[in-house]
Structure formats: C-alpha cells, structure tokens
Design a protein around this ligand. Sequence first.
Ligand code: NAD
Length: 340
Amino acid sequence: MNVAVIGLGAISPLHINAIQSAGGKIVAVCDIDPAKFEKARKATGFTCSIYSNYKQMLDSEDLDVVHICTPHYLHAEMICACLDRNINVLCEKPVAINEIQLNLIELSVVRTKAQLAVCQQNRFNASVRYLKELFKDQEIVAASGNLCWQRDAAYYNSAEWRGTHLQEGGGVMINQALHTLDLLQWFCGMPETVIAHNSNDTLQGIIDVEESQLGIFKLKNGGRFIITATNACTHSFPITLMFKSAETEAVLIGDHMIVNGKFVTKSDGLPLFGKEEWGVGHVNLVREYYACLREGRKFPIDFYEAEKVVELILALYASQGEEVPIGEREPVGRQKVLAR
Ligand SMILES: NC(=O)c1ccc[n+]([C@@H]2O[C@H](COP(=O)([O-])OP(=O)(O)OC[C@H]3O[C@@H](n4cnc5c(N)ncnc54)[C@H](O)[C@@H]3O)[C@@H](O)[C@H]2O)c1
C-alpha cells in the first residue's frame, strides 16, 4: 500500500506510526512549512519524497491512500482532490466545517471509485467497543458526555488556524469534544432536536469561537443526551461518558468503567482497559481501514457516518438557546447542484 501524508503537524506522528503498523509504505509527505519535513522524513527512514503542493504530489505519485492531517478548513478541498483522482483517503476529523463543504464532498463521493474514511478513532477504543456490545440490544434513554480540558493562549497561538471561525470552524465543540459527541450519537442514534448555549469567558481576545458548550439533545424515544464541554479548565481531566437503559447504567471515566455500580476489572482487580488502550485508536482505525481496502469491504466511518456529528455541531452552533430541529441534509443526488 503506497501512502502519502498531507500535513506534518501535531497529529501526524500518530498517523505515521499507524500507517507503518498497518503495513503501509509512506512514499510521499506534503507540508507548506519546510521546517516540518526533517522529522517526518526521519520517521519514514529518509525514503519518501517531499512536496509543498499537495495537488502536484497527487499527480506525480502512484498512491493507494492519502492521509489528510491539515487544518479543518482544508479538509473538504483535499478530500475532493483525492476522490476525484480515485485515490482512497483517510481524513482527520471533522470531515467538513459547513454545509457547503458537505455538499461538495458528497459530489465527489458519489462519483469516485475510491473510499473516504474519517478519523473518528475513539469508536475503536477497547472500552468503547465493550460498551457498544453491552448496549447492543438495549435502548438508551439517557446519556451524558463531559469534557473538561485546558487549552490556553499558548495552545491557540501555536497555529494561526486554531480558535478561528473561518479556519477551525468552531472551538471546543468541533475540535476537542467532537469525539465525545460522536460517541453519544453512535450509542443513542441521531436526535430530533437540540437546545444549546455557548460562551467564551476565559479566552476573550484570543479566540473568536466558543470556549465552552452545553447541548441538550432530545432523542426520538423521548430520552435526552447532554454534552458539556469546556477548554477553560486549568487541567485536562479524563472525559466522562454515561449511558442508561432500562437494565444498565454504565459510566466510563477515562480508563475506568463502572457498570451497574461495579467496577469492571480484570481478575487482579486492575482496570480492564489500561492506559495501553488509550491512544491506540489511530492504529486500530488505520488497520481496519487498510483491511477494508485490501478485502474490498466498506469502512464503517464513511462520509455519511462522519457527517452526522458535523450536522449535530452545526445545530449546536445555530441554537443560541432556542430548540432547533436536527435537519437532514438533502443528498446531492436529489439536489440541483452545479457540477464543478
Ligand atoms: N483524531 C484526533 O484525536 C486528533 C487529535 C489532534 C488533531 N486532530 C486533527 O488533525 C488535524 C491537524 O491538527 P494538528 O493539531 O496536527 O494541526 P497542526 O497545525 O499542528 O498541523 C497542521 C499541518 O498542516 C500543514 N498545512 C497547512 N496548510 C497546508 C497545505 N495547504 N498543504 C499541506 N500542509 C498544510 C501545516 O503547515 C501544519 O504542519 C485537524 O483536523 C485536527 O482536528 C485530530
């Protein structure tokens, strides 16, 4: 499998490691910042080609898969460029930051022979899989996700796109808490409405997006799931997720799982899902994606699956305290969209 990586910033080492552990060969990397090349080339054994123009790379190399690890606003155009050349693509989350980008991506998705996968890797954590299996035949009637992290001025000043409406597309919700919302949706299903509030109290003058977000989602069965997320804390705590069905109440705090009041542990009393289970999501996801490509299977987190969390985030941002419906985007196949 010949692989290329676009964007060699903070997340790229996880992709390079995951590609190598999944048996991929990194033949090219691309970044507009030449300072990023050396580290990436070292990690790949100094064998790959380097590019500063990603389209030139797509046209020059014989690629099976491209990994997109660039700022949010660039995902849509880079996905389309790959799919329009029938090159498989794994894009970092979020798949897009607005409806126009979703429509453009879908146009490419319906035409291409390649597969788009999106990196919502927490679905591949062992603890999450355990819970998914536990709730397989149970109807969830209440759920909650909480993210309480530290993201200060130094973090937001580390790259120009961070904390900007135009380039990040939002704040804590579309970046840090996207995975938490994705898991709530994956377990509970698409909700009907949301009432949401957001604020920026500690990062005024530093970011022009939300630092904190509350969302109250109404489920089709009358239940609710709630998300609370903030980057205003002075420490990053483990994420908590809680799910309730008629039979089961499950709580996941970082690695620690409590089901119906009892810690889920190994026979020696240690947590079932130790530290080694966290941070391996990228490896698990990339291995499964490559297996799907090799075996001609469909990867589960495709465009249509990944757009769900984007739709929920756009509804959160639109709410401003009002109850808003979670609308379904009309597929482009049924729209009069001008061909590009
Ligand atoms: N899945 C996760 O858990 C997770 C964690 C962290 C980041 N991410 C995602 O990864 C993506 C990148 O985040 P990051 O923290 O690595 O950002 P970053 O700013 O550290 O890195 C982005 C890189 O992209 C490069 N770049 C910008 N424009 C480019 C272009 N036109 N062509 C080629 N390269 C270009 C930049 O020079 C930079 O090196 C984001 O979508 C982010 O949400 C995901």
